[in-house]
Ligand binder design. Structure first.
Ligand code: NAD
Length: 396
């Protein structure tokens, strides 16, 4: 039972009032480990699809999250679904999305599959009445993402796409400084993220993959989250390493997607910003990025400059110097519980309690349009106009 304005509501009534009822399954009462019926609306049943590398970061987090009940694990590689289910005590395991969707009832699908599968699988889940949290990108193209969002809205379902960068306290610090005009008029910004490329799966290098949907996506979400929507894009993309050896292919593969990207953006505000990403960056901090102590995002305005220390998905601090305080100082050094893999648990909390999320599908869609525009700019040599917008400022 859930109490709203002093009135006691059933789990079903509560979720319906929140506008998040997706499946008949969510009517079922939740029994705690102790066998006591607890607040039924406080847990969201989750089906995880894709039990590869990133699931080893998601599942430990989700298995401890307050508003989460892990119901099903699914992977086309049966051993992976089995291993995830065994390790985290997930009662059901499947080897196809069809089995997952017609199997044990759940509310939210967490999509951790190959990037190229996201659009197709997210659509099937929405059609089956499931809310969706998707690893990036939310879809394979801007038109596909737009159609997904329309479908979700039509069916009163929620759709969210990674990353969760807007949740970090360092993002909040930077957003507040910008809102308070500590930097004056912001003219320029830069962001970068790269390493030597994932070695475990070929999809990162196949058509629809590349460093933009895998890496630049974080910087694009951060810069647009801080500086607002983008009006137009110019980009240059290429392939630096045309052949690679990856763990899930016997022979070296031909790299089809860019592994080296330079994206130049004009924000609606007038700020010019730049993102670079790639799979050919020697980086002593490795794929995990731990120990990165240098700025990866910088911005400059008429009254100040500001630098995010560490990667935006796992930031360490913010450094800022302003007209009023010329000496560069370090701020926001406490993660306050933020972790990059928290997106799915944060949206589960939102479904369970009706809390707002800073992560918004419209923002993810905007980032998806930027990635598509960068590819179009490279192909045509032209500057590409961006049509999508999202609610901004993300934080007031
Ligand atoms: N690995 C990371 O550290 C990391 C970090 C952040 C985000 N991501 C994102 O997570 C996603 C997955 O990346 P990964 O590194 O875990 O890749 P991965 O190859 O290790 O895992 C993907 C899994 O999805 C499964 N899969 C593919 N198609 C499927 C389908 N149709 N149905 C069911 N299962 C299917 C594969 O068998 C595989 O086990 C990507 O979008 C990636 O960008 C990865």
């Amino acid at each position: 039972m859930e109490s709203t304005n002093g009135k006691t509501l059933s789990r079903h009534d509560f979720l319906q009032r929140m506008g998040v009822v997706g499946a008949a399954s969510i009517i079922a009462p939740f029994m705690s480990d102790a066998g006591i019926e607890t607040s039924a609306a406080s847990r969201v049943k989750i089906g995880v699809i894709g039990c590869g590398s990133v699931s080893t970061q998601y599942l430990p987090h989700l298995s401890k999250a307050e508003h989460v009940e892990l119901v099903s694990a699914c992977d086309i590689i049966p051993d992976r679904a089995r291993a995830a289910a065994d390790k985290y005590g997930i009662p059901n395991q499947y080897t196809s999305i069809e089995q997952l969707l017609s199997g044990a009832p759940f509310d939210l699908m967490v999509n951790l599959t190959d990037m190229q599968e996201h659009g197709r699988l997210n659509k099937l889940a929405l059609q089956a009445g499931k809310h969706v949290w998707s690893e990036k990108p939310m879809a394979n193209s801007y038109p596909e993402g737009k159609a997904l969002l329309e479908l979700a809205k039509k069916r009163s379902l929620k759709l969210w796409g990674a990353p969760a960068v807007v949740n970090s306290p360092q993002f909040a610090f930077m957003a507040k400084a910008i809102n308070e005009e500590k930097l004056g008029k912001i003219a320029a910004a830069h962001a970068h993220y790269g390493h030597l490329g994932p070695h475990w799966s070929a999809f990162f290098y196949e058509k629809g993959g590349g460093s933009m949907p895998d890496l630049a996506v974080y910087n694009l979400a951060t810069l647009t989250g801080l500086l607002g929507p983008v009006r137009s894009v110019v980009a240059m993309l290429n392939i630096i390493t045309p052949s690679r050896k990856v763990d899930n292919r016997q022979s070296p593969i031909n790299v089809e997607a860019e592994d080296n990207a330079m994206i130049l953006m004009e924000h609606v505000s007038g700020t010019l910003s730049h993102v670079q990403s790639g799979f050919n960056y020697f980086d002593p901090y490795g794929h995990e990025g731990s120990g990165q102590t240098k700025p990866t995002i910088s911005m400059w305005g008429t009254k100040g400059n500001m630098h995010l220390i560490g990667y935006d998905w796992a930031p360490a601090a913010v450094e800022m110097a302003t007209l009023d305080h010329e000496k560069t100082e370090r701020y926001a050094t406490d993660a306050k519980g933020y972790v990059w893999q928290e997106g799915a648990s944060v949206v589960a909390r939102s479904l369970a309690t009706g809390s707002d999320t800073l992560i918004a599908a419209e923002h993810s869609l905007h980032v998806l349009e930027l990635i598509g525009a960068a590819r179009e700019s490279q192909a045509s040599g032209k500057r590409i106009t961006i049509e999508s917008r999202f609610k901004w400022p993300v934080l007031r």
